[in-house]
Design a protein around this ligand. Structure first.
Ligand SMILES: Nc1ncnc2c1ncn2[C@@H]1O[C@H](COP(=O)(O)OP(=O)(O)OP(=O)(O)O)[C@@H](O)[C@H]1O
Length: 454
């Protein structure tokens, strides 16, 4: 389904040209007047709007455009606005950004440029929508901003996240691939005072060094060949929000110096610019590599490491939080069943055992893929070990590093058995009690003892 795009433009020929150029990607709707624009925005159906500032009755001044822009937070708070300005109206563009526009595009419109800006703006809208969803999950208290987990390791992690969120300190999140580092960063953002502003993630390993520089810090028009327009970098764009620097270990050395300067002095300059800017953003960095080894090898600056590592947050691998496996697996099953419009789907007891016995080298992402695959091939609403691609009975691949005491082992086994029974019976207490060979009241007592919520 195409995203809806509102274009507010009184010049018919220009409106038609934009519609013609963008209709393949977006469902374009044109408003020629301020009144039409307001009515369409009030429907709340547009993630993004392109707004010409000069509109009748005053087409030669930005007055009407600024008027609409200022009312967007009230009439359609989630719509991102890209303003269109005359070529010589840099000042209006900056004022529009100040009033809350997401970006700007100069006339005459370069459709290629507009496409790039639109793609980015729709992406930001999408990220913010995901943030809102998670915030709702936080508010309902069903999970730590979507982060499910009942294992002791997750309980400790939740505490650290709650402590660090309200501070403005940089945070370094470490953990293996797929353990939930980005999710933890979102939780920190959502529980901070910056929650209503965007959290913008950048994968430092996926963008070549020179592009990463202007992506992060922005550039001025003419800063290098191909820099046709000023570009606002992510640090500026995130205003009052959070920037997540994912795979920070892959950041090139020259950018490490610029980032260090920002962390020390709070200032940046756009590439090719001289203006000193002070973006108000919080930095969260994440890595799955051993940064100490990268420092040793001369690939990562030690001074930057200490600046970023003010609060270290470690996400334990899934194999160290066995109690979470069935909880998270069942969550993915429910989510996927809803998406695929399937009725109830459950794990067979053997599948539940196979899931908990597997060592999950790819962590939660591997578990997620495994469940999605199983949902695609399983039939009759039951997932069996073969659907998961797991052996019927799997031995743990590693010796535990630290042996639990008998008391701890009993408690963990009890906890695990209860979770399995609940997962198998889809939380039917009578059936779960029967499976466990205990009475319903005893099971209720045990649920309370283990802090397991229905
Ligand atoms: N505790 C959790 N509860 C539910 N879902 C989770 C949890 N942790 C992670 N996920 C889900 O697992 C997937 C991987 O998480 P995420 O992208 O945050 O991991 P990551 O460590 O940042 O991965 P990578 O190192 O590959 O960037 C996502 O789909 C996320 O929603």
């Amino acid at each position: 389904m195409k995203h809806k795009l509102l274009i507010v433009e009184d010049e018919n020929s220009l409106a038609k040209q934009m519609k013609w150029g963008l209709s393949q990607t977006y469902e374009v709707i044109i408003a020629n007047t301020v009144e039409q624009a307001r009515q369409l925005l009030e429907t709340g159906a547009f993630p993004v709007a392109v707004l010409d500032l000069g509109l009748p009755p005053a087409p030669d001044s930005p007055r009407e455009g600024f008027g609409i822009l200022a009312s967007v937070p009230t009439i359609s708070p989630h719509t991102k606005v890209i303003v269109v300005t005359g070529n010589a109206e840099q000042e209006n563009a900056m004022k529009a950004i100040d009033l809350g526009a997401a970006d700007f595009c100069a006339k005459p419109i370069d459709l290629e440029m507009l496409r790039v800006i639109l793609k980015r703006t729709f992406k930001i809208h999408e990220l913010e929508a995901a943030n809102r969803k998670l915030r709702q999950a936080c508010e309902t208290g069903s999970a730590m901003c979507g982060m499910l987990g009942i294992s002791p390791a997750m309980t400790r992690l939740s505490e650290v996240i709650r402590q660090v969120s309200p501070t403005d300190y940089p945070v370094l999140i470490r953990g293996e691939s797929g353990t939930g580092k980005e999710m933890a960063a979102r939780a920190i953002h959502l529980l901070s005072h910056r929650e209503r502003e965007p959290m913008i993630p950048i994968n430092c390993g996926a963008i070549p060094g020179n592009l990463l520089e202007s992506e992060l810090f922005g550039h001025e028009k003419g800063a290098f060949t191909g820099a046709h327009q000023r570009k606002i970098g992510r640090l500026e764009q995130a205003r009052k929000g959070t920037v997540l620097l994912d795979e920070i270990g892959d950041m090139p050395p020259e950018l490490q110096i610029r980032l260090l300067r920002f962390l020390q002095e709070g200032t940046i300059e756009r590439v090719g610019g001289t203006e000193i800017l002070r973006p108000d953003v919080r930095i969260i960095a994440a890595t799955h590599v051993n940064l100490e080894a990268a420092i040793e090898a001369g690939r990562f600056r030690e001074d930057l490491f200490y600046r970023l590592n003010v609060v270290p947050v470690m996400i334990p691998p899934l194999r160290e939080r066995q109690a979470d496996i069935l909880l998270i697996a069942n969550h993915f099953i429910r989510e996927e069943a809803q998406k695929l419009k399937r009725g109830q789907v459950r794990l067979s007891p053997a599948a539940a055992t196979a899931l908990t016995a597997h060592s999950w080298p790819g962590n939660i992402r591997e578990l997620q893929n495994c469940i999605y695959r199983a949902m695609a091939i399983s039939s009759a609403g039951v997932i069996r070990p073969a659907d998961l691609g797991l052996p019927d009975v799997a031995e743990p691949s590693e010796m535990p590093r630290q042996l639990p005491t008998i008391k701890e082992a009993r408690k963990a086994a009890e906890h695990q058995a209860i979770l399995q029974a609940l997962a198998t019976t889809r939380h039917n207490i009578s059936q779960a009690a029967k499976l466990l060979g205990i009475s319903r009241p005893t099971l209720h007592d045990l649920l309370k003892k283990h802090g397991i919520k229905r």
